[in-house]
Design a binder for this molecule. Structure first.
Ligand SMILES: [Zn+2]
Length: 223
C-alpha cells in the first residue's frame, strides 16, 4: 500500500480519498486547484504540498505544526502561503479534523457576488449547517487580512462549517477531510438550487423552528 511507510498513513489516505470525492461530486475547481488538510495530532496537520490536487498521492503532503512551522516535507511556495489559513482554523476549532479549500463552481458564484449562501436546503440541516454561510471580503491570498477575516467569520458564527471567500472560493471544515468533502457537495447543491430556483420565483426559507432545533443541537454538542 502506498504511504504505508509515511507518517500518518491513514490520514494521508483519507486526504487522497477526499480529493477523489471532490472530483466525483464535481466540486473541485475546474482548474484542479484546491488545498486540503487533515489534523494529524493535537498540534500538527497534514497539508497538500501543491495547489493542483488531481494527481496527489499520500507522499504529496507535508507535516506542519499548528504554529505554522514545517516539520516534515516541502510545501510549494504557493502552498506556503496557505499554512495559516488552515492552522489557525484548527487552533480555533478543536473539533475540526479536516479542511478543504477549492473553487466549487456554483459556490464560486456566491463568492464572486459576495453574497451569503442561505441555509434553507434540507440536506444542509442533516450536515449540521443550520446557519447561512458567511462571506468574507477579498484580501490577498494568504495575507493576514485574508486569514483573519476567515478566522473571525468562524469565530463570530460558531454554527457555520463553511466560509465563502469573497471573489475567490470557499473553505469548508469537518470532523475529517471526507466529512468536509461531503458537506462541500451538499453546499454546492444548495448554491446551484438557489441560483437556478430564481427562474421560478426563488428558494423559500425553512420554518425558523426547523433551524432552531438544529442550532440548539449544534450548540449542545459544540460541533
Ligand atoms: Zn483558492
Amino acid at each position: 500500500m502506498s504511504g504505508s511507510t509515511l507518517s500518518y498513513g491513514a490520514e494521508r489516505q483519507e486526504v487522497v480519498a477526499a480529493i477523489r470525492r471532490l472530483e466525483e461530486t464535481s466540486v473541485l475547481s475546474r482548474s484542479g486547484h484546491a488545498n486540503l488538510s487533515a489534523r494529524a495530532s493535537d498540534d500538527r496537520m497534514l497539508l497538500t504540498t501543491s495547489g493542483m490536487v488531481r494527481d496527489v498521492t499520500p507522499s504529496d503532503m507535508a507535516v506542519v505544526g499548528l504554529d505554522g512551522t514545517a516539520i516534515e516535507g516541502m510545501l510549494d511556495p504557493t502552498n506556503q502561503e496557505i499554512v495559516e489559513m488552515h492552522s489557525r482554523v484548527y487552533r480555533l476549532r478543536p473539533e475540526v479534523g479536516g479542511i478543504v479549500h477549492t473553487h466549487a463552481p456554483w459556490l464560486l458564484s456566491f463568492a464572486m457576488a459576495n453574497q451569503v449562501l442561505p441555509a434553507r436546503y434540507e440536506a444542509l440541516l442533516r450536515f449540521g449547517q443550520a446557519v447561512d454561510v458567511p462571506v468574507v471580503p477579498w484580501a490577498p491570498r494568504g495575507s493576514d487580512a485574508s486569514v483573519s477575516g476567515i478566522v473571525d467569520a468562524f469565530r463570530q458564527e460558531p454554527g457555520t462549517k463553511a466560509v465563502l471567500l469573497g471573489n475567490h472560493g470557499v473553505l469548508v471544515v469537518g470532523e475529517s477531510p471526507l466529512a468536509a468533502a461531503a458537506l462541500l457537495a451538499v453546499l454546492e447543491e444548495a448554491a446551484e438550487a438557489e441560483l437556478t430556483g430564481r427562474a421560478i420565483g426563488g428558494a423559500k426559507d425553512l420554518p425558523l423552528d426547523a433551524l432552531g432545533s438544529i442550532r440548539q443541537a449544534m450548540a449542545v454538542h459544540g460541533a
